[in-house]
Design a protein around this ligand. Structure first.
Ligand code: 6PG
Length: 476
């Protein structure tokens, strides 16, 4: 530590906290104070990284931790979302002074971030909710960072965060996105999109496994090939890697030995809840969250598997060049629709909360470092730049509309074949249904309105007259 103290402190030495601290020390060249509730952990991080030891300052108490920081202080909390954040904030805040910055870098519910921002407002301490994406590797070598809070505080944080962020063509994947909960909201939607993207990939995997009868290593080659074109992304890349992996014990593909129950920590679910609150149909994100829920009811599914007398048509999928091209186009099109839904949620939140979220910039800082990083995010940035703030929905942006027009027939055929063959594709079919519903000028809600008026006198509007009407329906 230099004379005046550490440049910043990281509190929470779990995988993400420890790696973020190492990143600050290594790529930022900063002196970093470390604290963990189990104090030995902070010392262990220093011992395990002798090359950076000179820049790591493990401490034994919150008081020592805060005292070791250069004023005005910057404290980064990296603890589990929820109550642990409130508990740690209660511990740290009494030691901080006006002008200090307290950052929650975990996967917080943005509603909590808004509350914490309000609660700290009178203290003079600047609270910042900051989304960090990229998993363990990203935290250590360059995450994508979504910053909320006061813009003036961002100007102070910039020199600390830019050196540790991922870089895409030289530009750092970090930016200030809006006040209070904006950073965490954007991270939540990132995760919702992450869920949808992963679910769609899993559905195509299911088609190849159960519809075609293909083995995992053969599928690995297909995903690796798809990763060279439009689908090029981290998630498709790791799909190929996971499918290719052989279990050393049994010699079988490891993926075949993994229990088919997906975990989830809440961010995907929050994205869907927030989309619903905003009146946005993020149906592909919803399908992905629900599929994880159903996956975890494994015993119930196993019982149901033997219960129904349902005979489906033989699956009509082929693994020839045409069949694979169709799957590739279907996945690409559905993915595009999922991103459009995620972005529609961001746009609505921006209006609702008065955030002015920079939508093109968000895609820009997602291009490297984060879990959903992909080539395709460039297209989103370009669509927003070309639209000059006039993009109503990504699906209407000319470049996206063209891609959907080209790919929709494949998506339609894949969903239809899957339905006839009894293969579940909840996210792919949600994408198709959304596309067809979104582009239908005359919908069916007129009937819903008639029903509502009949049973509850909820009134309706008419196409042929101004005003609000109630009809005296026949008694039922
Ligand atoms: C990231 C990830 C990361 C993590 C989430 C989702 O952006 O680095 O989204 O935050 O993967 O916690 O995890 P679950 O799948 O367990 O909800």
């Amino acid at each position: 530590m230099n004379e005046s103290g550490a440049d910043l402190g990281v509190l929470g030495m779990g995988t993400m906290g420890a790696n973020l601290a190492l990143n600050f020390a290594d790529n930022g060249g900063f002196t970093v104070a470390l604290f963990n509730r189990t104090v030995e952990k902070a010392h262990a991080v220093r011992e395990a990284n002798p090359a950076l030891a000179g820049r790591l300052v493990p401490t034994r108490s919150i008081a020592e931790f805060v005292a070791s920081l250069k004023a005005p202080r910057v404290v980064v909390l990296m603890v589990n979302a929820g109550r642990p954040v409130d508990e740690q904030m209660a511990q740290v805040l009494p030691h901080l002074k006006a002008g200090d910055i307290l950052i929650d870098a975990g996967n917080a519910d943005f509603n909590d971030t808004v509350r914490r921002d309000r609660e700290t407002a009178g203290t003079g301490v600047h609270f910042v909710g900051m989304g960090v994406s990229g998993g363990e590797e990203g935290a250590r070598h360059g995450p994508s960072i979504m910053v909320g809070g006061d813009k003036a505080v961002w100007e102070r944080l910039k020199p600390l965060l830019e050196p540790i962020a991922a870089r895409y063509e030289g530009s750092p994947c970090v930016d200030w996105l809006g006040p209070d909960g904006a950073g965490h909201f954007v991270k939540t939607i990132h995760n919702g999109i992450e869920y949808a993207d992963m679910q769609m990939i899993a559905e195509v995997y299911g088609i190849l496994r159960d519809g075609v009868g293909m083995e995992a290593p053969a599928m690995a080659a297909i995903f690796a090939d798809w990763n060279t074109r439009g689908l090029s992304s981290y998630l498709v890349e790791i799909t190929a890697v996971t499918l290719a992996e052989i279990d050393p014990e049994t010699g079988r593909p490891l993926v075949d030995l993994i229990v088919d129950e997906a975990g989830q920590k809440g961010t995907g679910r929050w994205s869907v809840i927030e989309a619903q609150k905003l009146g946005i149909g993020a149906t592909t994100l919803e399908a992905a969250v629900s599929a994880r829920g159903l996956s975890s009811r494994r015993a119930e599914r196993a019982a149901a598997a033997g219960l129904f007398d349902i005979r489906t048509e033989p699956a009509a999928f082929e693994a020839d060049a045409a069949g694979l091209a169709e799957l590739e186009a279907a996945l690409e099109t559905a993915k595009l629709i999922a991103y459009a839904q995620g972005y529609a949620t961001l746009a609505e939140a921006s209006r609702e909360f008065g955030w002015s979220l920079p939508l093109g910039e968000i895609a820009r800082i997602w291009r490297a470092g984060c879990i959903i990083r992909s080539r395709f995010l460039d297209d989103i940035t370009q669509a927003y730049e070309a639209g000059g703030g006039e993009v109503v929905n990504l699906l209407q942006a000319p470049s996206f509309r063209r891609l959907v027009e080209e790919g929709q027939a494949s998506l339609r055929r894949v969903v239809a074949k899957a339905a006839l063959g009894g293969l579940p594709v909840p996210a792919l079919s949600a994408a198709l249904a959304y596309l067809d519903d979104y582009r239908r000028a005359r919908g069916t809600a007129n009937l819903t309105q008639a029903q509502r008026d009949l049973f509850g006198a909820h009134t309706f509007r008419r196409l042929d007259a101004e005003g609000v009407f109630h009809h005296r329906w026949p008694a039922v």
